[in-house]
Design a protein around this ligand. Structure first.
Ligand code: IMP
Ligand code: MG
Length: 171
């Protein structure tokens, strides 16, 4: 483990993550039965979660990527926009963690501006206590209290995204 990421303690092991992803995939499959799906992956943190989740959902889908940055104190900005036409499509945004809700509020508005048939949000982790803007995900893997987590796509200053387990910092 890198020097910078010392003080991390295990929070969710890979086996627990797999179980959560499996359950969510079943819920999503049930919900979209008979429909086609556009899965939207906001880069970069969602990549491991999206990669695992989509392989457990057995319905027709396309996957698109969007990259939104929100530097501290600045408003959200689209670095890479969606590449598919999502009008009249069933869109599912798959996020790894929702904190204040700023990124997803912004992305939600971007998606809705293209008139999808429906829009839902799936998140592996949700920190409702941290919410600054109203945002209610439709599929939630696990609620987290007010703690910062790293691993399985989530980073601390870009490090730790490659860890298979999820950790949190102890002071
Ligand atoms: P929000 O816009 O405040 O909801 O922030 C959402 C984004 O912040 C997530 O997609 C993550 O990229 C990042 N983020 C929020 N909480 C954490 C965390 O605990 N660890 C790592 N990244 C986080
Ligand atoms: Mg993210």
């Amino acid at each position: 483990m890198s020097q910078k990421l010392r003080g991390l303690v295990p929070y969710l092991k890979k086996e627990e993550i797999d179980f959560i992803v499996e359950q969510m995939a079943k819920d999503i499959e049930r919900h979209y039965e008979g429909k086609e799906l556009v899965v939207v992956c906001p880069l970069k943190g969602s990549v491991p979660f999206v990669a695992d989740l989509i392989r457990k959902i057995h319905i027709p889908m396309i996957v698109d990527f969007v990259y939104i940055t929100s530097p501290k104190g600045e408003s959200c900005r689209i670095v890479r926009d969606l590449s598919h036409d999502i009008q009249d499509k069933h869109v599912l945004i798959v996020e790894e963690i929702i904190d204040a809700g700023r990124t997803l509020n912004f992305l939600k508005a971007r998606v809705l501006a293209s008139n999808p048939a429906s829009l839902r949000i799936a998140t592996l982790l949700d920190k409702p206590a941290r919410r600054e803007l109203p945002l209610q995900p439709d599929f939630v893997g696990r609620q987290v209290d007010d703690r910062f987590v790293v691993g399985y796509g989530m980073d601390s200053e870009e490090l730790g995204r490659n860890y298979k387990d999820i950790y949190n910092f102890v002071q």
